[in-house]
Each structure stands twice: as structure tokens, then as C-alpha cells.
Design a binder for this molecule. Sequence first.
Ligand code: FE2
Ligand code: FE2
Length: 357
Amino acid sequence: MTSRQLVYTPQELLSSGDYAEPLIAGTVRCHGGFDADGTYRSPRTLHRAPAILAWQEQLARDFGGPGRALIDIPRSFIPPQYPNVAQAKLLLKSGVSDPMVRALTIISIVEGFGAMIRDVQVPDLAADLVEPIEGTALAHLAGGLFEAHARDESGYREEGGHKQMWEAARDAALENPRIPGDVLMRLMGRRGQRGKAEPLFPELGPKWERMIAMMSQVLVIEIFAESTFQWGIHVLSDPEVSADPETAGRMVGYIQADEKPHVEYLRTALSELRARTIRTVDGRTVSGASVVDRMLHRILRQLTASRRAEQRDDLRDGLVEAMKVAANPKALLEEFDSLESDWTPPARTGFEPAAAA
Ligand SMILES: [Fe+2]
Ligand SMILES: [Fe+2]
């Protein structure tokens, strides 16, 4: 297959084509839409989806057998959601909805933060890489891929994105709950306590460091989000705890579908980088594989350790207070804690530096 188009304009990568029906979430017109047969089609995938496939095929052809050259993060690294499905349903059945309103609002806010990807500065890739990059995902990061991703997450102009779609799912399932005014402030307070990481690649300069860190971090978060979607669908489409299981469950399903191109372009571009050689600021070279693997190793270690703790802190903060509306708060807390999932991340990330492997 050499006839596939490998070079795209930003306009092509941002175009959705025509839909028979728009997607309306609550009262907000959102991205994406439905074909004449009612099938949901994700936004900005008219060219972006075949483009990613073509770049992946090219990578497999040029750098090893199918699947070999493409980075994968095993699903065993995905931490379970906190609260888990049973805990979330227990809270809602007990009339304690505040923690779930907060948890779903945090998810919507974090989706909106995804727009930050458009601010990532892309180094001069053609100059800094030894091998050519024409017709790769790498060559399109600044030319449409980051922008499409940003628009998907936080919406664009009057059109809603994942932020608004999660809000709509929450409001449908929990009947337009009152949103506590301090969710964002508390979230920022907790996240603001994170320390700044030491640079891993001083020899590449800060632009490279930041881009690789951001892409690796977002890739891992996007993959971890798969557990959030499963969780969201299970909880919000259960008629026992959801006021509008049909609408809420479907909405989360659409968001889930939209994330596929995010995971795929990020793993493709990082894999293309892995297969190349990067020039250092002092005129030497370093293998892309060693750079990408060290960053993925660091991020996987950090996020498998911190994500669960962060979700737990987000929820526990105010949980006891919220449970006061239940008939027997003490018994409820005990039952809630007894449902907690055990989880330990795998011992090895699979991206260990060669010396330690
Ligand atoms: Fe998203
Ligand atoms: Fe995403």
C-alpha cells in the first residue's frame, strides 16, 4: 500500500465532513454527529482517521513487522477508577450524590484542560532529526493534530467538546444537580502541590523535553481514561441510579469513541520518534528510542502511583460530610470502604532503560 495519502493540510485534519444530524448534549450543540443511518461519527476524523492509519502502515513497513514498531501500553497499567462502580452506585442508592457530582465535574474540567496540547511548542523537527519526517504524524503535530485534539477536548467556538459532553452526561443522570462552587479551586489546590520534575534530557533542550513529556503524559492519561469510560457507562446507564440511563450512557460512549484518534496519533508520533535519531544541542546524536522509553518509563511510574491517590483525595475530601444526608452515615462509610478495589501496578513498565533491564 503506497498509494495512501501521507501529507495533509491542517484544514483537512480539522474537517469533519457533513453529518445528517448534529450531536446535542443537553442544550449544547456539540462536535461530532450522526450519519443518515444513525451511526455516531467522531469530529475531525474525515481525513484524520485515514491519515493516522496510513502513517501507522508506513511505520510498520519502514521499521519492522506490523505492530512491532508501534508503542503499546499494556492495559494492566490502568488503575481502577476511584470510587469504583460498586462504590459509586452505593453512594447514589443511599441518596449521597454530592461526591459523584464532584467526581463527574472534575472529569469534565480535566477534559477541558486537554486544550493545553495546542500550546505545546514543536521544535524544528526537520532540523533536529537525522532521518526525514515528511509524510509522518510527527510532521503534522503542529499542522493540525494538536489543534484537532484541543478542540475535541474543550470544544471550539460555540460547539461543545468533551467538557460539555461530560457535563451533559452528569446532568442527565443526576437530574441537573447543583454544582458546588469550589470544585475547580480545590482541584487546582491539590494539583498545585505537585513538584516539578528534573529534566531528563538536558542535552536536547527544554523544547524537546516539554514536547516529549507532554505527549507521553497525555498518551498515558488517554489510555488510563479507558477505565473512566467503562466506569462512566456502567454507573450512568444503570436505571437504578441514573435518571436518564439512555442519554447519559450514550454520551459517555461518544466521548470514548472520540478518544481513539488521540491515543492513535500520539502513539504513532512517539513511535516515529523512537525509530529516529535526535541531534543534541552540543552537536552529538541520541537514539529516539532511548529518549522516548526513558520518558514513558518515568511517566508510567509516576501516574500509576499518583492517579489513584489523586482520585482518592478528590473524593475523600468532603466524603464524610456528604454522607451526613444518609440514614446511617457510619454504616455507609464502612460499607463503602469494604468495596474498595485492591490494585498494585505491574512491577516493570517495559520501558526500563537498557542498563537496568
Ligand atoms: Fe477527551
Ligand atoms: Fe482525549
